[in-house]
Design a protein around this ligand. Structure first.
Ligand SMILES: [Zn+2]
Length: 138
């Protein structure tokens, strides 16, 4: 775990949006999600239509801006999202990068590896597996 102390997602952009599967058993997969950093997209606040900026912070294990545990094939997956700021909303406002108001603004060139539902969420890998099984009658 000590290697993670100096981990910065800015230095590891290739990991953004990928499902990172650990080699160790019983350790969940992770997705780091920050489409402004990975794809350079311009995203707007849904209330003010002003551009969102990166805070440089991600959701954490504890507190108000928590990570989400989502369903994945064979294991759970921790969705770690960037927190964005809107100047008009104020300094304390934080917009979660996986929020529907943000993901629906993304161009089709940005592949979203998860689907957020009202009370749960899953990776697209899992959703495709389930739908593939239903189609083939398994
Ligand atoms: Zn705003």
């Amino acid at each position: 775990m000590s290697q993670l102390k100096d981990f910065r997602i800015e230095d590891n952009k290739a990991l953004l949006g990928a499902i990172i599967k650990p080699r160790e058993p019983n350790v969940p997969a992770h997705i780091f999600w920050d489409p402004i950093l990975s794809d350079g997209v311009d995203l707007k606040c849904s209330l003010h239509n002003s551009s969102l900026t990166r805070t440089g912070k991600m959701t954490t294990e504890k507190g108000r801006d928590q990570t989400r545990t989502i369903w994945h094939v064979g294991t759970n997956c921790i969705l770690v999202s960037a927190l964005y700021n809107c100047k008009m909303c104020g300094h304390d406002s934080k917009h979660l990068a996986h929020d529907e108001n943000i993901t629906q603004q993304l161009p089709s060139s940005v592949v979203i590896p998860f689907e957020i539902f009202h009370r749960s969420a899953a990776t697209k890998d899992l959703i495709e597996l389930i739908f593939g099984g239903i189609k083939s009658g398994k």
